[in-house]
Design a protein around this ligand. Structure first.
Ligand code: NDP
Length: 447
């Protein structure tokens, strides 16, 4: 078995040697899925995983635009169309200076499994640009988004590829992107998700990833007869996912102790309550400020510059910022402090070594491809509403989201149970996602 995994990884590494994040994501999947393939004749000898690690299409393009001072700026745009076996490509756009092919390929690869887990008919893709939205004026953001879409529109469509938001891409950016697509194609269609409520968006979509992560963690806690009530919760990030994860934790009776951004983290020993969270939402979403400004309003809190929050004592940790933000030493501190549950809101926030530490300690650990799938699932619900030209109520969408998170949890239980009864959610999510996509690929032949 070890040899099978090693020779597979050696082949993938030789082809993608400059893509560490992508290789990290592939390794995690290979280690759990290859043993399953070897035990199941229908998948064995078909090179399915080798086909799955190769994007169906990788598009890279120039984005030229003019900034407020009249300077011409050039960025690089991408769209990775990873796998369309079970539906049109679906996955977010990320605008961040660290964006490159490796990061987008890791995200697109994860997205294939995640989308399969949602039970909705969506293939996997991801895209974005090395454009940094921080410090840009609204007009600069608009010009960049328009320039980006003036190329991307050739490759996407409501039955082909339906992008959404991710880091640096929220409703404002989706609006500018949608406006340019509509102008170029002369059609009003559900080609993007995360749209505003008056132009085709779905209720609960902004909340969905954060809420879904907490619903998933709640399901995990239930397997131990436990709940969020009275739990101390440490959250990283202060963007879309972190904000709504915090909101749901509060609704379920937990205490949120931290939030962060790339400048550092805030620790409020009294808890970040509803009113304080409303302040954070206004600070981050309207004023586009820094999390350190929390102390201007709540001076009793602490700000830890340049640090991540994993040293704060808690029972539940929700990493909701970015990839590789939680390392082995952080995992060990969390465990030492009595953490019993880690549920990833971000994509691949925990390193391989950190996950190994959680598994060794046999605590509840959910990988992002299962626990943050609520965002794309609700994007899928937005697509359905667009096709029906109909709008479900907040309650209807929230109930569907809860059901989907519960179904994903069930799939993880089905495929992730170890001999001693421990639920390995990484194994469960990887195999459940693989089976669905692999079955479709087998049915469609070698294409
Ligand atoms: P946002 O842009 O709204 O927020 C991102 C947050 O993470 C900000 O607080 C940001 O701080 C922080 N952050 C970003 N990069 C770093 C870094 N290198 N170091 C420390 N902090 C960082 O993004 P989202 O909340 O939408 O996304 C967060 C994570 O969740 C990502 O991994 C994303 O892929 C994943 N995700 C998002 C979904 C969605 O629906 N939005 C769906 C599924 C997964 P700063 O402002 O300083 O950069």
């Amino acid at each position: 078995m070890k040899q099978n995994i090693e020779s597979f990884l050696a082949m993938v590494t030789s082809r993608n040697s400059h893509e560490p994040e992508f290789l990290q994501a592939v390794e995690e999947v290979a280690e759990t899925v290859i043993p399953y393939i070897v035990e199941h004749d229908i998948y064995y000898g078909k090179n399915i995983l080798l086909r799955m690690v190769e994007p169906e299409r990788l598009i890279s393009f120039r984005v030229s635009w003019v900034d407020d001072s009249g300077e011409i700026q050039v960025n690089r745009g991408y769209r990775i169309q990873m796998n369309s076996a079970i539906g049109p490509y679906k996955g977010g756009l990320r605008f961040h200076p660290t964006v490159n092919a490796s990061i987008l390929k890791f995200l697109a690869f994860e997205q294939v499994f995640k989308n399969a887990l949602t039970t909705l008919p969506m293939g996997g893709g991801k895209g974005g640009s090395d454009f940094d939205p921080k410090g840009k004026s609204d007009n600069e953001i608009m010009r960049f988004c328009h320039a980006f879409m003036s190329e991307l529109f050739r490759y996407i469509g409501p039955n082909t590829d339906i992008p959404a938001g991710d880091i640096g891409v929220g409703t404002r950016e989706i609006g500018f992107l949608f406006g340019m697509y509509k102008k170029l194609r002369n059609e009003f269609t559900g080609v993007l998700t995360g749209k505003g409520m008056s132009w085709g968006g779905s209720l609960i979509r902004p909340e969905a990833t954060g809420y879904g992560n907490v619903y998933f963690a709640e399901k995990m806690l239930e397997t131990k007869g436990d709940s969020f009530k009275g739990k101390n919760v440490v959250i990283s990030g202060s963007g879309n996912v972190a904000q709504y994860a915090a909101e749901k934790v509060l609704q379920l009776g937990g205490k949120v102790l931290t939030l962060s951004d790339s400048g550092g983290y805030i620790y409020d020993s009294e808890g970040i309550d509803k009113e304080k969270l409303a302040f954070v939402m206004q600070l981050k979403n309207e004023k586009r400020g820094r999390i350190s400004e929390y102390l201007d309003k709540y001076p009793d809190a602490e700000f830890h510059k340049g640090k991540t929050p994993w040293g704060v004592k808690c029972e539940v940790a929700l990493p909701c910022a970015t990839q590789n933000e939680l390392h082995e030493e952080d995992a060990n501190i969390l465990l030492k402090n009595g953490c019993i549950c880690v549920s990833e809101g971000a994509n691949m926030p925990s390193t391989k070594e950190a996950i190994a530490a959680f598994h060794k300690a046999k605590i509840l650990f959910a990988p992002g491809k299962a626990s943050n799938a609520g965002g794309v699932a609700t994007s899928g619900l937005e697509m359905t509403q667009n096709s029906l030209r109909y709008k479900w109520t907040r309650e209807e969408v929230d109930n569907k989201l809860k059901d989907i998170m519960s179904d994903i949890h069930k799939s993880c239980l089905e495929y992730g149970k170890d001999d001693d009864g421990y639920i390995d959610y990484v194994k469960g999510a990887n195999i459940a996602g693989f089976v669905k996509v692999a079955d479709a690929m087998l049915a469609q032949g070698i294409v």
